[in-house]
Each structure stands twice: as structure tokens, then as C-alpha cells.
Design a protein around this ligand. Structure first.
Ligand code: NAD
Length: 475
């Protein structure tokens, strides 16, 4: 029996889909129905855009101090609901308590960062050749923003999808992942409404998996929708980016990664083992920033791999609701099968299993560039350790992918690390640290097939604003 029943949020109200349809939201650990949620149709999308369009005039004209107060209050409300968030993430996405707590902490930070942005200057005074003329660059909101969130860091990524657009004065229609309609959409809308967000400013349409393409197309094509943000796979990002381009809407696309963690010959190996474990297996490897490739200098490769495999084999795995669990379940049986197939194919072709099986994440070495596990995003509990002869080979392998999200370089020599960081083509790179990191005030995003546009800090605000040139003649 489902413990939750949820509806769409349109115009500040919880409403069923117009045709009354619902869809099941499953618990990935038990496989049981966790919630039954409304399954929107395209008519519901139009209703949600109506509400967002209607709310835009008032929200965009709301005094900055009032918008700021709501966003700050939302951060407090979110933190006060941490126990609920932990239970929700355990049941809806199989997230362990530490991951859920991190979601709340980072999302609250994003709301506070967005609040701070509200009272920043909205333009500049430009020089002019015309005597007496005032020439201005003025930042203004765009209108209704369509926001698509994935399931994997649901509270962070649903918050990120709405915080900057709302702070910049836009209204939003959000379509969360079908794998986390509550944690990746309805929950943050509840929080913002509890904090006083006016009706219609944020609307959430949940949908059945089979309707995702139709719902996305209806939302992006609606002429009142002025911009799009999408966080999810590169595969779906291509579809969303194409639709946005077809309708000439600006889009921020945050897509998949094929991230490398470099372990240089001077790295502190105990630190490297801890860093690699976190980088590859936090949230069971289901983070866009997770390391898929660990590139280890040959002089330390065997020592590192032995210690790393032992560490990974010791990680407690199982029920995400158990406070001792480090490795929870993979989100769907389909996803688990996909990762298992990547591992099996590699082993069949000669890769060695250094750790893995029976719920333990896989650590493979002896992998060749022809294997799919080496080229495709893994997005699950498996990682490849590859031995490199020198720094040049490490850079070449790190860049040998269509993706370009993040990289980590473990070395005790900051100058050497920085030189390598400059040569790795990713949107994010960490010297002396692993690949999984985020903060509200930084420009977050990828290059190449990892997407374009930026969330975070002033970059996020600019992504959801139009800068106009305004002049005033004095006579
Ligand atoms: P996904 O691409 O399967 O789904 C994301 C969204 O796309 C969902 O809302 C889904 O309903 C929608 N969707 C599915 N099919 C669609 C279609 N045909 N047309 C339009 N929309 C459609 O991604 P996911 O499984 O939820 O998340 C995992 C992926 O997201 C991984 O590839 C991961 O790397 C990536 N990700 C990237 C970032 C980042 O910031 N770069 C962050 C988290 C996750």
C-alpha cells in the first residue's frame, strides 16, 4: 500500500490531473509502491503555464526585500524539515541519511545564495558619445521558466532548478523526474509555499514515465515559456536542447559526465583511497560528478588498487534507512541491469574484478578503451582503475570522452596539479581533491556533451535574465 498520495501543484493549489490519471512512484529498495502521484497531461501543462504567466507580473514587481525574505525563510523551513527529507529520500530514491543531509544543507545554501542575489545591482551605467544621454544596461526577468529535474540528488537539483530563476524574478513550471516526483519537485514547492511564496509563482507537474516526452514538448513549445533548464542525462539533454533551439528559447543544460580522478605518483595514498571511495561511490556512484575512471601512476598503481579494493569491499551496503548503510540501492532494476551488463561485458573481455559482487561496488582494472564501461557514463556502483605511465597519458585519457563535467587531481604538488588542471577539458576541476563537490556560490556546469550554461552565484542569475540596453535623452 502506498503511504503517500500527491497531486499536481498549480496556482498554489494541490489539484488532480484533469483526466484523473495517476502513476506509481516506487521505493527502489523494496520495489513497493511508495506513493501514488497525479499523472499530468498536456492540458495540465497548459494550466500550469497559465498560472505561472498570471503570477509573473506581480512576482517580478514584488519588492526585492520581500522576495529575499521568502527565499531566506524557505532555507530555514527546509532545514527544519530535515528528518522528513531523510525519510523521503530513503524511501523514494534509496538515498542514505548522509546523502539526504547533504542535499538539505546544499539546497538551503542555494536558497540563501539566491536570496542574497535578489538585492544585488540589476545593471550598469554605460559611457555614451551623446551629450546628456543616460545609457544603461539593465537586467530583467525573462518570464516563465520551464525546469526539469533528475531523481539522483533530488532536493539539491530541484532547488537549483528554481532558486536562481525565482530570485531573478521569473515564475516557474517544474517537471520532476518520474523516479522522484516528491523529492525532486513537490517537496521544494511545499517548502517554498510554507515560506510564503505566492500562488502560481512555482507550479509542479508530475507525470507518468510514458508521457515524459509529450509533457516536455508541450512545456517547451508553449509560447509563454521563455527559458528552459534541464538537469539529466546527455541523451535526454540532446532532445530538450533541440526542442529549446527549435522554439528559440535559451537553455541551461546540466548533463552526464565521464569523470576522471588522477592519482599522481606523489599522492598521499591513504588520502587517495578515501577520496576515490567517496568520488566513485557516494550515493552508490549515482552522481553526475562521480569518478568513472581512476587514473593511477604506474609506480603506485598496485599499492593504491589493493588498498582501494579492500576499502570498497568493507563498505556497509543494504537498507538505506539503516543509519550504518553507506551503499544503498540503485534507483531502478533497469539501471542495476545496465551497470551489471557493463561490468559483465568488461570481465568477459578480460577486465579483472578487484572488488565487487553481492551488493559490493565493483572495482575493475585491466580495462581497455574498447570496453563500454570505459567509454559510457556508468552512473552506478562500478569504477575502473587504469594505470598510466605519466602525466601526459593521464591527461590524454581524461580528455578522451565526449563529456566534460569534472575532474580531480590528487598530488602534493599544487603547481604540477594546476598545470594539469589547465589541460583537462571539463567545466570543473579540483586539484588536491576528488570529483564530487558543489557549493551555492560557484559557477557549476560542464563543457562538451556535459552541457552548457551555468547555475550558481551570479552566473545562475544571468542565465535566467535578459540584459536590455536602455537610454534616456535629457533633452
Ligand atoms: P534522465 O535524463 O533520464 O531524466 C531527466 C528528466 O528528463 C526527467 O524529468 C525525465 O522525466 C525527463 N525525460 C525523460 N525522457 C524525456 C524525453 N524523451 N523528453 C523530455 N524529457 C524527458 O536523467 P536521470 O536518470 O533522472 O538522471 C541521471 C542523469 O542525470 C545522469 O546522466 C547524470 O549524470 C545526470 N545529471 C547531471 C547533473 C549535472 O549537474 N550535470 C546532475 C545530476 C544528474
Amino acid at each position: 500500500m502506498a503511504s503517500e498520495k500527491r497531486e499536481l501543484i498549480i496556482g498554489g493549489e494541490n489539484v488532480p490531473a484533469l483526466d484523473g490519471r495517476t502513476t506509481d512512484d516506487l521505493n527502489p529498495y523494496t520495489g513497493e509502491v511508495y506513493a501514488v502521484v497525479a499523472a499530468a497531461g498536456t492540458a495540465d501543462v497548459a494550466r500550469a503555464v497559465d498560472a505561472a504567466e498570471e503570477a509573473f507580473a506581480e512576482w517580478s514587481a514584488t519588492p526585492p526585500s520581500a522576495r529575499r525574505r521568502i527565499l531566506l525563510k524557505a532555507a530555514d523551513v527546509l532545514e527544519s524539515r530535515t528528518p522528513e527529507a531523510i525519510a523521503l529520500m530513503a524511501q523514494e530514491v534509496g538515498g542514505v541519511a548522509g546523502w539526504a543531509g547533504f542535499n538539505v544543507m546544499l539546497a538551503a545554501g542555494m536558497l540563501r545564495e539566491a536570496a542574497a542575489a535578489v538585492t544585488q545591482p540589476v545593471g550598469e551605467v554605460l559611457t555614451t558619445e551623446k551629450p546628456g544621454q543616460l545609457s544603461l544596461a539593465v537586467r530583467e526577468p525573462l518570464g516563465v521558466v520551464a525546469a526539469f529535474s533528475p531523481w539522483n540528488a533530488p532536493i539539491i537539483l530541484s532547488t537549483r532548478a528554481v532558486a536562481a530563476p525565482l530570485a531573478a524574478g521569473n515564475t516557474v513550471v517544474m517537471k520532476p523526474s518520474e523516479d522522484a516526483p516528491i523529492a525532486a519537485g513537490l517537496f521544494i514547492a511545499d517548502v517554498l509555499h510554507e515560506a510564503g511564496l505566492p500562488a502560481g509563482v512555482l507550479n509542479v507537474v508530475t507525470n507518468a514515465p510514458s508521457d515524459a516526452a509529450e509533457i516536455a514538448e508541450a512545456l517547451i513549445a508553449d509560447p509563454r515559456v521563455r527559458a528552459v533548464n534541464f538537469t539529466g542525462s546527455t541523451e535526454v539533454g540532446r532532445i530538450v536542447g533541440t526542442l529549446a533551439a527549435q522554439h528559440l528559447k535559451p537553455a541551461v543544460l546540466e548533463l552526464g559526465g565521464k569523470n576522471s580522478l588522477l592519482v599522481l605518483d606523489d599522492a598521499d595514498l591513504d588520502h587517495a583511497v578515501e577520496a576515490a571511495t567517496f568520488s566513485a561511490f557516494f550515493n552508490a556512484g549515482q552522481i553526475c560528478m562521480s569518478a568513472d575512471r581512476i587514473l593511477v601512476h604506474e609506480s603506485v598503481a598496485e599499492e593504491f588498487t589493493t588498498k582501494f579494493a579492500a576499502k570498497v569491499a568493507s563498505l556497509p551496503h543494504g537498507d538505506p534507512a539503516d543509519p550504518g548503510t553507506v551503499i544503498g540501492p540503485v534507483i531502478t532494476p533497469r539501471s542495476a541491469d545496465r551497470v551489471a551488463a557493463l561490468v559483465a561485458e568488461a570481465v568477459e573481455a578480460g577486465a579483472r574484478v578487484r572488488a565487487g559482487g553481492d551488493g559490493v561496488p565493483h572495482v575493475l582494472d585491466g580495462v581497455t578503451p574498447q570496453m563500454r564501461i570505459f567509454t559510457e557514463e556508468i552512473f552506478g556502483p562500478a569504477v575502473v582503475v587504469t594505470t598510466v605511465a605519466d602525466d601526459d597519458e593521464a591527461v590524454a585519457i581524461a580528455n578522451d570522452t565526449e563529456h566534460g563535467l569534472t575532474a580531480g587531481i590528487l598530488t602534493e604538488d599544487a603547481r604540477r596539479g594546476l598545470a594539469l588542471a589547465r589541460r583537462i577539458r571539463t567545466g570543473i576541476v579540483h586539484v588536491g581533491n576528488q570529483t564530487v563537490d558543489d557549493a551555492p556560490q560557484v559557477p557549476f556546469g560542464g563543457v562538451k556533451a556535459s552541457g552548457y550554461g551555468r547555475f550558481g552565484g551570479r552566473w545562475g542569475i544571468e542565465s535566467f535574465s535578459a540584459t536590455r540596453w536602455v537610454t534616456v535623452a535629457s533633452d
